[in-house]
Write a protein that binds this ligand. Structure first.
Ligand code: GLU
Length: 501
């Protein structure tokens, strides 16, 4: 099913990284388009020269692609360079500057906009006067009624100017429907005569955004709530041009746990940073999907594949209230995704994310870095991992050449070192007698060692576990012995016996 009337866009400004809130906006646009058989467009809003960061458009597209929410149309990467696909281009606003100028001039010609020659100093003065009179700051329309001759004379004298939207304060209420928030109303007298073109010839966000949404035939504008205050200005712009409005849907804010706006100060905000912290992309995507949306109709499902999200997504179930970015929940979700991976996949993810190169593993002896060995470590740790970076962190003895521990730790409760030594001797004998095949079976090691422990489990198993790990806490001695294998296990037990004597 293809519905050519449904066209949505994700329109980021490339400022250096992909914000998790932007990922959610991109995802909702993607889901909405896929569900309705529409087209999902990527438009790069890069006209703000001050905020431009070199290379950030490329990395933004790469991030979207790698998260699985690459666009159907618009800017894309072609052999590492920015290219594009589609009949509505260019899709980078910096390549559309002439268009914005043309449209701004149209509004000036129809008197829906005017040239404003006010200096920064004058504007500052007006602001101060308004503040003193306890009025909201607003341009005072000083230049709205200049005669054509005056305008020409000012241009000729070389005074710079901007172009402002000419809002009629008597226009009354501006009303529009938002698919998330319902009816939104604001009085025209409370809206500033928005600058559309700056004095340097660049358009403002408002002009470029509206012109492009119209020319690209966008049917639904789905974006973050921070753009809601701009929407009445956009509505007036559509009106000034005589264009039909798209549908609007403003997505709830993302909040820190203390309900302030999600900020870098309280945690990471860049998608890349979450990847670097050992989260899986599908877990992060699933997590952001639920920030502001739920499957509705009493469903408590929380784990969704991208395809399942496409099926379940509905703008009607996006809520108005801010959504708290709860890292603990993300950890839980990530652990659920880690549990579902096969050992081969898990190992591949470790490699992909560079986790095998972290110091603990990189500095380990060769035999602790083999695939077979790493898979055994992962078998034991998988259930308890919240993030990929945690592999080995709680169990460094899996990668250590030598164990550092206090010998007294070997004794179970008040046991003497002689009793501890005997227990370890016994364990060593039992383990020595096992065949290579037995060593390959975790369950076998458990049966044999439990049998040898008999009634006195603590007296036997505690020293064995400490001899193998050097740690207060660790997985069971069976699991650890199985991972370490015959040679290392026996050497560590031997070493412990020597320490005791
Ligand atoms: N360029 C704006 C941004 O950075 C786009 C907002 C919109 O979608 O209209 O988010």
């Amino acid at each position: 099913m293809h519905d050519q009337n449904i066209r949505v866009r994700f329109a980021p400004s490339p400022t250096g990284y992909l914000h998790v809130g932007s990922l959610r906006t991109a995802l909702y646009n993607y889901l909405f388009a896929k569900k309705r058989g529409g087209t999902y467009i990527l438009r790069i809003e890069d006209t703000d020269q001050k905020r431009y960061v070199a290379g950030s458009t490329e990395s933004l597209i790469r991030s979207l692609d790698s998260m699985g929410v690459g666009a159907d149309e618009g800017a894309l990467l072609d052999d590492g360079n920015i290219g594009e696909k589609g009949a509505y281009g260019p899709y980078q606003q910096s390549k559309r500057l002439a268009l914005y100028k043309e449209y701004a001039e149209k509004l000036v010609a129809s008197r829906k906009a005017y040239r404003c020659f006010c200096t920064a100093e004058r504007l500052e003065e007006v602001r101060k006067e308004q503040a003193a009179a306890k009025q909201a700051p607003k341009y005072d329309k000083h230049c709205a009624n200049l005669s054509e001759e005056d305008v020409q004379a000012l241009i000729d004298s070389g005074v710079g100017h901007v172009i402002r939207l000419n809002i009629d304060p008597e226009r009354g209420e501006i009303i529009f429907q938002d698919l998330v928030r319902g009816e939104v109303k604001i009085h025209a007298k409370d809206v500033d005569d928005q600058v559309l073109m700056k004095s340097d010839g660049f358009p403002t966000y408002h002009l470029a955004n509206v012109v492009d949404d119209h020319l690209m035939e966008i049917s639904h504008v789905i974006r973050g709530e921070e753009w809601l205050p701009s929407t009445p200005k956009h509505v007036l712009l559509y009106e000034a041009f005589g264009w039909e409005l798209p549908e609007f849907a403003h997505l709830p804010l993302l909040l820190n746990p203390d309900r302030s706006k999600l900020s870098k100060r309280q945690g990471e905000v860049a998608v890349e940073d979450y990847m670097k912290k050992g989260y899986l992309k599908e877990a992060l995507l699933n997590f952001v999907a639920l920030l502001g949306w739920n499957p509705g109709s009493g469903s408590t499902q929380e784990i969704f594949s991208l395809e399942e999200l496409v099926q379940a997504f509905d703008l009607a179930n996006v809520h108005k209230g801010g959504a708290v970015f709860d890292v603990q929940k993300l950890d839980w979700m990530n652990s659920e995704y880690i549990k579902k991976l096969s050992l081969d996949e898990l190992l591949a993810r470790m490699k992909e994310g560079g986790w095998l190169e972290k110091d603990l593993i990189k500095n380990a002896p060769e035999n602790f870095r083999s695939e077979t060995y790493l898979k055994k470590v992962l078998t034991v740790e998988q259930e308890r991992l919240a993030r990929l970076d945690q592999v080995g962190e709680n169990n460094p003895f899996f990668f250590a050449t030598e164990l550092v521990y206090d010998t007294s730790l070997l004794n179970w409760k008040d046991n003497t070192k002689e009793a501890t030594g005997e227990a370890l001797q016994k364990a060593a004998e039992v383990l020595k007698n096992l065949s290579e095949e037995d060593w390959g079976e975790k369950a076998k090691l458990e049966t044999v060692l439990m049998e040898a422990a008999g009634e006195k489990r603590g007296d036997f198993l505690w020293p064995l576990r400490v001899a193998l790990t050097g740690a207060q806490k660790s997985p069971s001695p069976f699991d650890v012995a199985w991972v370490l294998g015959r040679e290392t296990s026996l050497a560590r037990i031997d070493n412990a016996i020597k320490r005791l004597s």
